[in-house]
Design a binder for this molecule. Structure first.
Ligand code: PMP
Length: 459
């Protein structure tokens, strides 16, 4: 629990009782549907995260377009979660919807390439600065394939990742540094008890160059997998010079650098990589590049491409390497990616997203100041994060130390009850190009009211 809480547990609990009651009144049909779903879906949802919003039952969706979601009770929500980035440019973008409608009648999957794949490969190369590309279904999968390749290319077993990172449900990146300095599995992912955690993984704190040097010097690391800004434990920005040092150390120790742009794509048409001139060996991206249709991609240098082919003694990297899948790069997904990159994820869209984020962050900061609340806002591209601490966190541990689930659940429930969604697992808000100034001001005002009441309750 953060020391900068303002209210006591009891005060917060009393407010929560009121908000829960309000939620039940507003979402009766969702509640009933959830109860019925217990009969055939584990815990009433088709995928665990859908039950993780912190509300007593999930909101069942009737439809979602642009930045609006309507639930089955008829409530409307302004969406700043956007499917945890899957719908970063808005729900069902027109161009993507049209392309998938057309392609769905011209063949969905054939295990043969379509010409759209060339356009997509070239476009990804132009945007992210890496020449060769492969397509997967999800970011998890893209990371898994790339890790596998790095192991083969280096003959080394381990992946180095950042404490409290998230890169998908990969055994390699689930461990984190426990209180005794040893690796342990994150409690919510305590799912592979038989696997020795340190056989697969080395973990360091983000922004800690010394630790990075020490761990890479051990000589058993195949690759570093990192987001350039951590976005899954609150948000943690790279300190000045850190990403350059990361590149330099990877080169020195012959370790491949994989930059995961799945979330940081929100920093520009070529992600954080193009915006800040990073030079990764591999880049992975998923979620929003096809407007929410399951597609991911991974790019790499020509040198890596040649090494991959040499390592396997033949062109292509299918069976021997365990890379690829039957439905990966299917015609439907590729058409969705082309339409999204061509017409939706444009320079203009990003400019609107950045301006929206600045408006939102300015507004939240002004509200914090107004009520003398010692919390901070981390800004990066189209997203920002309200953190329950005065200074910005420098690493995963600092961010996690100020996680306060009671406060997160309460504030999110408060927002939900007033028609606003933000990322459920922390306080991340993503601004899509379709958000209007009024939408953003509504979020600011709702936070402001929520904060005002917290401060008054504490008096
Ligand atoms: N990389 C990052 C940075 C992510 O945040 C996530 C999911 N939140 C993933 C990879 C995995 O994405 P998916 O669940 O779509 O495979």
């Amino acid at each position: 629990k953060t020391p900068f809480r303002i209210v006591t547990d009891d005060q917060l609990e009393r407010l929560m009782v009121r908000e829960k009651e309000f939620f039940h009144q507003r979402t009766k049909k969702s509640k009933e549907t959830f109860q019925n779903a217990q009969g055939m879906l584990l815990n009433g949802v088709p995928m665990p995260w859908m039950g993780d919003w912190g509300t007593s039952h999930p909101i069942f969706v009737h439809c979602a377009t642009g930045n609006r979601i309507t639930d089955i009770d008829g409530n409307q929500y302004v969406d700043f979660c956007l499917g945890d980035t899957g719908a970063m440019f808005g729900h069902s973008p027109e161009a993507t919807a049209k392309a998938v409608e057309k392609q769905s009648r011209q063949g969905i999957t054939t295990m043969m390439p379509t010409e759209d794949a060339l356009w997509v490969g070239q476009e990804l190369g132009k945007r992210f600065g890496l020449p060769l590309w492969q397509v997967a279904m999800t970011a998890t999968e893209a990371n898994r394939y790339v890790i596998r390749m790095c192991r083969v290319l280096t003959g080394r077993p381990k992946v180095l990742c950042m404490n409290e990172c998230y890169h998908g449900s990969l055994d390699e990146t689930l461990p984190h540094i426990g209180p005794d300095g040893k690796l342990e599995l994150r409690s919510s992912y305590d799912s592979n008890p038989g696997i020795p955690k340190d056989a697969l993984t080395r973990v360091v704190e983000f922004n800690d160059i010394e630790a990075l040097d020490r761990e890479l010097a051990a000589g058993d690391v195949a690759c570093v997998l990192a987001e350039p800004v951590m976005t899954n434990c609150g948000m943690v920005l790279p300190a000045s010079g850190y990403l350059e040092a990361l590149r330099e150390l990877c080169t020195r120790y012959g370790v491949y650098l994989i930059i995961d742009e799945t979330h940081t794509f929100s920093n520009g048409p070529g992600g954080y990589t193009a915006a800040y001139g990073l030079k990764p060996d591999f880049l992975t991206i998923g979620k929003s590049i096809a407007g929410g249709i399951p597609v991911a991609a991974y790019g790499f240098t020509r040198e890596v491409g040649e090494k991959i082919n040499r390592s396997f003694g033949r062109k292509g990297v299918s069976d021997p390497m365990g890379v690829g899948g039957t439905l990966s790069a299917n015609a439907f997904a590729i058409a969705a990616m082309r339409a999204t990159l061509q017409h939706v994820a444009t320079e203009d869209a990003f400019a609107r997203m950045f301006a929206g984020q600045e408006r939102l962050s300015d507004g939240i900061e002004a509200a914090l100041k107004k009520y003398s609340i010692p919390w901070s806002v981390t800004r990066s591209g189209a997203r920002c994060e309200l953190q329950f601490m005065p200074q910005l966190p420098r690493n995963g541990t600092e961010a996690k130390n100020h996680f306060d689930w009671q406060l997160i659940y309460y504030t999110h429930q408060y927002l939900v009850n007033r028609g606003i969604l933000i990322t459920p697992f922390h306080n991340m808000m993503l601004v899509p190009p379709v958000a209007t100034a009024e939408d953003i001001d509504l979020l600011i005002q709702t936070w402001q009211e929520c904060l005002r009441e917290l401060v008054e309750t504490a008096r």
